[in-house]
Design a protein around this ligand. Structure first.
Ligand SMILES: NC(=O)c1ccc[n+]([C@@H]2O[C@H](COP(=O)([O-])OP(=O)(O)OC[C@H]3O[C@@H](n4cnc5c(N)ncnc54)[C@H](OP(=O)(O)O)[C@@H]3O)[C@@H](O)[C@H]2O)c1
Length: 354
C-alpha cells in the first residue's frame, strides 16, 4: 500500500536549515511542504506547492495565515530572529514559536509531531569551555538561552495535546542560504575571496588555540534527513537529540585543504575580529562579484561576521555525543572535511563564490 502523504509546515523555510529541509522534502514523494517566512524564497522548488509570507512576531498575522491549515501533519520549526545578545534573543524567539503553534494547533487536527531545532549552545558552547562530549541529559547552561525557553514551552504545550515533539541539537549548520545570521560556509567563502582579491593569504582569523581545538559541524542535508527521521520515528517522540556529522576535526588540518581549494596560501594565523576587520569590505566584495561574474549577492546577505568570530574563535573543544540518536535509529554520518570541499564546489558551480 502506498504511504499516506504527509504535509510539512516548514517554519523559517528560507533559512540555512529550513531551505535544506525544503530541498530534501522536494525529493520525497510522500511529503507535501508548506514553507513559511516573511520574505519569499529566492528560488522555487516543486515542494513550494504553497508558500506563505507570515510575520510570526504578529499573532494576528499568524492566526490569519496558519489558522486554517487543517492538512498539516508535521511542523518543522526552524525560524530564528537575531538580536544583539542572548538575553535579547529570548522574547522574540519564544514569541515566534508560541504564535506559530497557538495559531496552527486549533486547526491542525491531523498534527502528529513538532520538530524543534535547538543547538549546542544548549550546553553553553558559546560561553566557554563546557563538558565534552556534551550529552542530552547534561545540565543546561546558565540562562539566558532561548532554546531552553522554547523547549519548556513546547513540552508544556504538547502535554495536553495528542501530538508529540522532538528537539534536535546540531552545531554550525553548513548549507546555503541568503541573509542568515548563522551561515559559516558562505562566510568563509567570501572571506577567502575578499582576501585573495586584496592579494592577502587565507590566514586563519581566529585564535591559534581555536585552530588546534576540536570542532564539529552539521551538514544541512544530513540535518534535513535527521529532521524527517525525528518527525516520523516512534523512538524520537518527546526526546531531544544531538545531531552533528558524527565526527570532529581541527581547523588547523582543514584550513590548508580549504586554502588549496581557493588557490591561496594558508599563511600564518592572523587573529582578528572579523566583525571589525570585514566591516568596510562590502565595496571589495562588489569588485569580486564584478570581476568573476558572480551572482549579485550583497556581502551582508552572505556573511554575518559575529557568527564567524564565534565559530572560528572557540579556543576549546566543541563536541557533542551523537550516541543517543544513533542508538535510537538515525545513524547517518559524514566526513566533515569532505563536506566543506563538496559544499564550496557547489557554491562555486552556482557562481556564489569565485
Ligand atoms: N545556522 C546554524 O549554524 C545553527 C546551528 C545550530 C542551531 N541553529 C538554530 O537553528 C534555528 C534556525 O537557524 P537558521 O540558522 O536556519 O536561521 P536563519 O538562517 O537565520 O533562518 C531563519 C528563518 O526564520 C525566518 N524568520 C525570521 N523571522 C521571522 C518572522 N518574524 N516570521 C516568520 N519567519 C521568520 C527567516 O525568514 P525571514 O527573515 O524572511 O522571515 C528564515 O527563513 C535557530 O534556532 C538557530 O539558533 C542554527
Amino acid at each position: 500500500m502506498a504511504e499516506a502523504v504527509k504535509t510539512a509546515l516548514v517554519v523559517g523555510a528560507t533559512g540555512v536549515i529550513g531551505r535544506g529541509l525544503m530541498q530534501h522534502l522536494d525529493g520525497l514523494p510522500d511529503w507535501h511542504a508548506i514553507g513559511v517566512s516573511r520574505r519569499p524564497p529566492a528560488e522555487s522548488h516543486s515542494a513550494w506547492s504553497r508558500y506563505l509570507a507570515v510575520d510570526l512576531l504578529d499573532p494576528d498575522d499568524a492566526k490569519a495565515k496558519l489558522g486554517g491549515l487543517s492538512e498539516v501533519t508535521h511542523v518543522f520549526y526552524t525560524a530564528f530572529v537575531d538580536a544583539p545578545d542572548q538575553a535579547a534573543q529570548v522574547a522574540p524567539n519564544l514569541a515566534l514559536l508560541r504564535n506559530c503553534l497557538e495559531a496552527l494547533d486549533p486547526a491542525a487536527a491531523k498534527l502528529q509531531r513538532v520538530v524543534l531545532v535547538e543547538g549546542t549552545k544548549w550546553y553553553g558552547s558559546h560561553l566557554g569551555p563546557f563538558k565534552t562530549p556534551a550529552k542530552e541529559d547534561d545540565p543546561r547552561c546558565p540562562p539566558p538561552m532561548f532554546y531552553h525557553d522554547q523547549e519548556d514551552f513546547l513540552r508544556g504545550f504538547a502535554e495536553a495535546r495528542p501530538w508529540s515533539w522532538c528537539a534536535l541539537r546540531p552545531q554550525t549548520v553548513c548549507g546555503f542560504s541568503l541573509g542568515s545570521a548563522m551561515n559559516l560556509m558562505t562566510l568563509i567563502g567570501v572571506y577567502a575571496a575578499i582576501r585573495k582579491h586584496q592579494g592577502l593569504s587565507f590566514a586563519y582569523p581566529g585564535k591559534a588555540a581555536a585552530q588546534r581545538a576540536l570542532y564539529q559541524v552539521t551538514d544541512a542535508g544530513l540535518l534535513a534527513r535527521g529532521q524527517v527521521w525525528a518527525a516520523t520515528a516512534e523512538a524520537a517522540a518527546d526526546q531531544a537529540f544531538n545531531l552533528t556529522n558524527g565526527d570532529f576535526f581541527r581547523w588547523q588540518n582543514l584550513w590548508p585543504r580549504l586554502a588549496d581549494f581557493f588557490g591561496m596560501d594558508a599563511g600564518p594565523v592572523e587573529t582578528q575580529r572579523l566583525t571589525e576587520t570585514m566591516a568596510d569590505k562590502a565595496p571589495v566584495w562588489d569588485e569580486v562579484v564584478e570581476a568573476h561574474g558572480l551572482q549579485p549577492n550583497a556581502l551582508e546577505s552572505l556573511a554575518a561576521w559575529p557568527f564567524g568570530d564565534y565559530c572560528l574563535g572557540c579556543d576549546y573543544d566543541v563536541m557533542s555525543s551523537t550516541t543517543k540518536i544513533r542508538q535510537a535509529g538515525f545513524a547517518e554520518v559524514l566526513d566533515s572535511e569532505d563536506m566543506f570541499l563538496r559544499l564550496f564546489a557547489e557554491f562555486r558551480e552556482a557562481r556564489i563564490i569565485p
